[in-house]
Design a protein around this ligand. Structure first.
Ligand code: FES
Length: 57
């Protein structure tokens, strides 16, 4: 996984940021959103983030 790859361009959240949130206990899109802000704007990243969470947990 490329941790530097931006997964949410609205808030410039990277895959690594999402992975860190999952490591810190986030297990759903809602929780990742709370911790990283990813998905708070347009929502285009939602599917990608959900997929990544599934992959990581
Ligand atoms: S790309 Fe994540 S909220 Fe827009």
């Amino acid at each position: 996984m490329n941790r530097k790859k931006v997964i949410c361009s609205c808030y410039h959240v990277t895959k690594g940021d999402v992975a860190d949130a999952v490591e810190q206990g986030a297990s759903s899109f809602k929780e990742v959103k709370k911790m990283t802000k990813a998905g708070k704007a347009c929502g285009d990243c939602k599917k990608k983030i959900k997929k990544l969470i599934r992959k990581l947990s």
